[in-house]
Design a protein around this ligand. Structure first.
Ligand code: AHR
Length: 307
């Protein structure tokens, strides 16, 4: 899979004095916790002084953290924006202060690309597309409507927007595949369970659940079982992330297909931070390599899964 393992730490030479302010989204999912740990470990390995602030899913908290980094005159700012829009003014402040900004994981929606130096993260549209393509293939020989419910990620976030559109684009290949309902599950287990319980009450027949992350899918499993149905059998479930818990549910047959979204971005981030600090050229976009898992593939990778 992706992104250099945790062993791919950059060289320490010349980085000892770098101060990095990192504003993290929150603690909503297993993915997010693994992402934070990866960044902390990689900073330690690279000798980067990390000021990590966790925003509890609130844009205003991220704004306050980034303003603080600007006041503190850190060398580099990195952040994973909770939602896509509304960052221009703040990023302009960082630019005016001469502090380079690296966007990680989730993209910002801006027309002024000079406001950040690079974007490191997954291709969420491709992830959504992979989910849709699996479904098209799975129902290739099936005749009749396939009723899909979508448990979306946080409204306004890049992964929710892009996974939704990639998925929609892929399932257009088969008009029998129909999304009958979609709702925000906020990337949490609790959210996934609540949204799924609501769908089950409102819709007498559901064939497929597309959850935008594993946690939502795992929450949906609870709701489906509570409703007396068999997750993975009576309802097919596709999720994104491929966390250990997600792959375990896939290996048990309670999920059906899982798209990888790799959170171990720390080593690549530190490498970029070092290069930005020393004025070396870096690509505008660094995409993380990722794969997808069916049941057998999940069983094969589970023993060594890091997150
Ligand atoms: O931005 C990445 C997404 O955010 C992950 O898929 C999800 O689990 C996390 O909360």
């Amino acid at each position: 899979a992706c992104g250099g393992g945790e062993s791919a730490a950059p060289e320490k030479a010349g980085q000892a004095s770098i101060r990095l302010g990192f504003s993290q989204v929150g603690e909503e999912s297993a993915w997010r916790l693994a992402n934070t740990t990866s960044i902390e470990h990689a900073a330690t390995n690279a000798g980067v002084q990390l000021d990590l602030r966790v925003a509890d899913g609130k844009q205003e908290n991220q704004t306050a953290a980034i303003r603080q980094f600007i006041n503190d005159k850190v060398d580099v700012i990195a952040f994973s924006p909770v939602v896509e829009s509304g960052w221009d003014e703040l990023l302009q402040e960082a630019k005016d202060a001469g502090i380079p900004v690296i966007v990680t994981d989730r993209m910002v929606d801006t027309t002024d690309t000079s406001l950040f130096v690079t974007m490191l993260g997954s291709d969420f549209t491709a992830e959504g597309r992979k989910a849709g393509e699996w479904l098209v293939e799975h129902y290739r020989d099936y005749n009749g409507t396939v009723r899909i419910v979508e448990i979306e990620g946080t409204t306004g976030s890049a992964p929710a927007n892009q996974r939704r559109s990639g998925f929609a684009e892929a399932i257009e290949a088969d008009p029998d595949l129909q999304v009958i309902a979609s709702r925000d599950g906020n990337f949490t287990r609790e959210g996934g369970e609540q949204v799924m319980a609501g769908f089950l009450k409102e819709h007498p027949k559901i064939d497929v659940v597309f959850a935008h992350n594993d946690d939502e899918g795992l929450g949906a499993i609870e709701a489906i079982e509570a409703d007396g149905k068999r997750p993975g059998v009576d309802l097919k479930i596709i999720t994104v992330d491929a966390s250990r818990d997600g792959l375990t549910a896939l290996a048990e047959g309670r999920l059906n297909y899982v798209i990888e979204c790799n959170p171990l971005l720390g080593p690549q981030l530190m490498e970029l931070v070092g290069k930005v600090r020393t004025g070396q050229s870096i690509p505008r976009r660094v995409v993380v390599d990722e794969t997808a898992f069916d049941r057998e593939a999940a069983k094969a990778v589970l023993p060594n899964r890091q997150y």
